[in-house]
Design a protein around this ligand. Structure first.
Ligand SMILES: Cc1cc2nc3c(=O)[nH]c(=O)nc-3n(C[C@H](O)[C@H](O)[C@H](O)COP(=O)(O)OP(=O)(O)OC[C@H]3O[C@@H](n4cnc5c(N)ncnc54)[C@H](O)[C@@H]3O)c2cc1C
Length: 424
């Protein structure tokens, strides 16, 4: 049977595997294989909350093996280490910490690459060595552990704690608000002394002239106002020149003390993207044509953050976002098979706007073309409801309504019995 192999079960890959499994795998029309290095899927836009300890990733995981059985695809857990495009096969190294790790070879007729992206430090000296990043659950958990340890130590000794977030995009802004919320919670649960919140300084350093530079100016202004109100210091038009183990140095000569520095200022394709002999852009993302096939190989497709795609509506690059990744997966699920019979239509990205959650301090955003051609700015409870709904709708489309409701109920029950911070 012909095989479609998908590398990376993130926002794009999980959606594609699930849809193809349901439509083709279950009917025995194609063998659908999903390969991911992790055994479970986690919705990356929630990683900042994992870092702040406000959600436990285990309560949001989707188990790939279970998803595969339920939806008619095969799951292989391992790292793709090589793709042989001439023989149309790829090599996967399995992770077996207590045994020798065997490599297996999987053949494909169509290969879809959706292995995401990694943090781009843009060659800033010291950044890679001294900054934490939030690409994976493990990194977010490492951040949480360090953040809580430092908070507890500072709370006991009365010392101040400086945290610098580089980049005021959605990740940086949401992380800052979530960290402030955790600090408030530590005080509320009397884990730290009463004036501890004052001793934690959270600073965002941003090169452009405003926070959320990719969004409408009114949304930036609303977010900046709320961040200032909760004591987050914002340094715009400030570029980072170097990062040391305890400071962030800027190009205009400032030095910000920092016990924890997070880099949230951009992504690039991972090392695998450059090993495949496919054309990549200067951010190491794989260049694809309008139907998402790679420029060099019509049997290989790329989507999501690992791909460089131009929006045929506007002629500008499609941004690396969950919204775009999902639209590409739905497009490929609908059209991949027609390739044998006819020319594929062009992928058309539609930007529906963006919402930025500041945790309990509010949600701000803009819905594009919400009423006819009019854009609508949203905030408050309505914005928060749409924010939560867009995530739950994604989970529901993958695991179904009952499992989604079951997970929500389990989280609600847990929230009634435990502190709202994950300690261990
Ligand atoms: C903290 C944070 C907050 C964000 N907030 C938002 C937001 O609010 N809104 C929004 O639209 N977007 C947001 N994004 C961006 C969004 O999460 C990404 O654009 C989206 O996840 C990209 O989907 P993807 O499928 O391309 O890659 P990913 O979701 O990153 O998935 C890639 C998958 O590939 C696997 N993989 C990687 N390499 C290999 C390999 N060699 N072998 C096997 N498997 C491999 C990984 O394990 C992973 O499961 C945020 C990102 C972060 C990090």
């Amino acid at each position: 049977m012909k095989s479609i192999v998908i590398v990376g079960g993130g926002v794009a890959g999980l959606e594609l595997a699930t849809r193809l499994g349901r439509s083709l795998g279950k009917r025995g029309k194609r063998r659908i294989v999903l390969v991911d290095r992790a055994p479970t899927h986690f919705w990356k836009p929630l990683l900042h909350s994992v870092a702040a300890g406000t959600i436990d990733p285990a309560t949001h995981h989707i188990d790939y093996a279970r998803q595969a059985i339920d939806n008619g695809f095969e799951f292989v857990c391992g790292d793709v280490v090589n793709v042989n495009r001439h023989e149309r096969s790829l090599t996967v190294r399995r992770h077996l910490p207590h045994a020798s790790s065997p490599e297996i070879v999987i053949e494909y007729d169509r290969l879809v690459l959706s292995f995401g992206a990694v943090t781009n430090f843009f060659g800033v000296p010291g950044a890679e060595d001294h900054c934490l990043s939030l690409d994976t659950v493990e990194q977010a958990e490492a951040f949480r552990q360090r953040f809580l340890d430092r908070c507890l130590a500072a709370g006991m000794t009365g010392q101040s704690l400086d945290i610098v977030i580089v980049g005021a995009g959605a990740t940086g802004v949401e992380l800052a608000a979530d960290l402030r919320h955790t600090v408030d919670t530590l005080v509320r649960y009397r884990v730290s002394k009463r004036d501890f919140a004052r001793d934690v300084r959270i600073r965002i350093v941003e090169r452009s002239d405003r926070v959320l530079p990719g969004l409408d100016r009114s949304v930036s202004a609303a977010a900046a106002k709320r961040l200032a109100a909760i004591g987050i210091e914002i340094c715009t038009e400030t570029a980072v020149a170097e990062v040391t183990d305890n400071a962030v140095l800027t190009t205009d000569g400032q030095s910000f003390p920092s016990a924890i520095t997070v880099w949230a200022a951009g992504v690039k394709g991972s090392g695998l993207a450059t090993q495949l002999g496919l054309a990549v852009n200067r951010n190491q993302q794989i260049v694809v044509g309008e139907c998402l096939a790679t420029r060099d190989d019509p049997h290989v497709f790329a989507m999501g953050d690992c791909a460089s795609i131009v929006n045929t509506r506007t002629n500008v690059m499609v941004p690396p976002s969950a919204q775009a990744a999902r639209q590409q997966a739905i497009f490929l699920a609908d059209h991949l098979l027609r390739l044998d019979r006819e020319r594929l239509p062009a992928f058309r990205y539609r930007d529906y706007g963006a919402l930025v959650s500041l945790g309990p301090f509010g949600t701000v955003g803009i819905l594009l073309r919400a009423i006819g051609s009019r854009h609508v700015r949203v905030s408050g409870a309505i914005a928060q409801m749409i924010y939560v709904w867009s995530y739950q709708r994604y989970v529901m489309s993958n695991v179904g309504t009952w499992r989604t409701l079951g997970q929500m109920l389990a989280r609600w029950m847990l929230s009634k019995t435990a502190t709202p911070i994950k300690w261990q």
